[in-house]
Ligand binder design. Structure first.
Ligand SMILES: Nc1ncnc2c1ncn2[C@@H]1O[C@H](COP(=O)(O)O)[C@@H](OP(=O)(O)O)[C@H]1O
Ligand SMILES: [Mg+2]
Length: 354
């Protein structure tokens, strides 16, 4: 399967949803968002999920979707619902042919609520299931840092298509990450990149604004010959991964640069294009299980760019277990050539803690 149509729909849908999230952010910044003070994340999340699921359902009506949100609270809260509908109604691509590919605008507010609710798949090992995170990196979105609109298609539990829209990352793949890449990037001119991969066909990037027009550009992870010069990424939120374990691992690896702390799957995209090298996500609790929508697209994009992605015990991320990664703990992503070395150090550090 080439998954050409799926990739095209996913890219355009993510682009349209990303435009909506940007609009919400700017309305919030101008103070015109809401008289009743609904959270911009709530509005952006629901709106983006509606646009993306509507596009999936109009092209692939039998596919299922695992989406982060569901609309029951919206059906009660008419004010919030109207606010989201205004925004969804007003968000279309400037390219009308591309908009047609997505199935055009959503017909009514009730169709919007139904689209949101169609993200209720239980996931699993059979059939075609999309994993959707309309705004990944909630905290980053709110602080004007990094966030991502994330969409992946799984077929019988394997990720076949992955798309990440990162509105606040630089377009240029050659811009190396720095310690402050994760914060306060909003409103700088010319930002926004879309990463995309199809299983077996490599990973690409292009400006988020040129989706549907420009060519995709192949991306590759950087080869790391000297770990002392390597850049590693981690969550900005200390609650989402163990900064102390990650720092112990980095120093054992001989990494000398400070970590790049960044919200969302923008981390996967950044290492896939060689702007950084390694992504470490060591669990902070024994019971938390990662959500499939937080990893599916990034996992494929990194692997298609020449990387390897496992959990902290060296197991491939298993997306066939439902809405969560029930059989995995944490994430270790690195170029294939050094992944086993990185993993051995991860295991050493985790063993030493016991
Ligand atoms: N205790 C925890 N450990 C790991 N991930 C967590 C977590 N609590 C929440 N998360 C997830 O971490 C995601 C953000 O990842 P990151 O830290 O890389 O930006 C959140 O996605 P949302 O922002 O979509 O809610 C959320 O699903
Ligand atoms: Mg998320």
């Amino acid at each position: 399967m080439s998954y050409q149509k799926e990739q095209e729909v996913a890219e355009l849908a993510v682009q349209r949803a990303a435009i909506l999230t940007k609009k919400v952010f700017h309305e919030k910044a101008k103070g015109t968002l809401s008289k009743n003070d609904s959270s911009p994340v709530t509005i952006g999340d629901f709106g983006a999920q509606a646009l993306i699921i509507a596009a999936i359902k109009s092209n692939f009506p039998n596919d299922e979707v695992v989406g982060e949100e569901e609309a029951s609270s919206l059906r009660e809260d008419t004010n919030l619902r109207d606010q989201i509908w205004e925004l969804v109604k007003g968000t279309s691509l400037s390219d009308s042919k591309a908009e047609d590919i997505l199935g055009g605008p959503i017909a009514s507010m009730y169709a919007m609520l139904d689209a949101i609710d169609a993200g209720n798949s239980a996931g699993g090992a059979k059939g075609r299931i999309w994993a959707l995170d309309p705004i990944d990196g909630t905290k980053g979105f709110l602080r004007g840092g990094q966030y991502a609109v994330c969409l992946a298609l799984m077929v019988d539990g394997d990720v076949k298509v992955g798309v990440l829209g990162c509105p606040n990352l630089p377009v240029d793949d050659s811009v190396a990450l720095t310690a402050d890449s994760g914060v306060d990037q909003t409103d700088e001119e010319g930002k926004g990149v879309l990463f995309s991969a199809v299983f077996g066909q490599g990973a690409t990037s292009r400006p988020l604004t040129s989706v549907g027009m420009g060519e995709r550009k192949a991306i590759q992870m950087k080869s790391v010959s000297d770990l002392s010069q390597a850049t590693f990424c981690e969550s900005l939120e200390a609650g989402h991964s163990s900064h102390s374990d990650q720092s112990a691992i980095a120093s054992k690896l001989g990494v000398t640069k400070p970590s790049v702390r960044m919200d969302s799957q923008a981390k996967y995209g950044s290492i896939a294009r060689g702007a950084g090298d390694i992504y470490l996500r060591l669990p902070t609790s024994a019971t938390y299980r990662e959500k499939i929508w937080d990893h599916a697209a990034g996992d494929l994009i990194v692997r298609e760019a020449g990387g390897e992605v496992t959990d902290s015990l060296g197991r491939r991320l298993d997306f066939s277990k439902g809405r969560i990664l029930a059989e995995n703990k944490g994430v270790v992503a690195a170029p294939a050539a050094i992944h086993s070395h990185v993993l051995s150090v991860v295991k050493e550090v985790m063993e030493a803690k016991k």
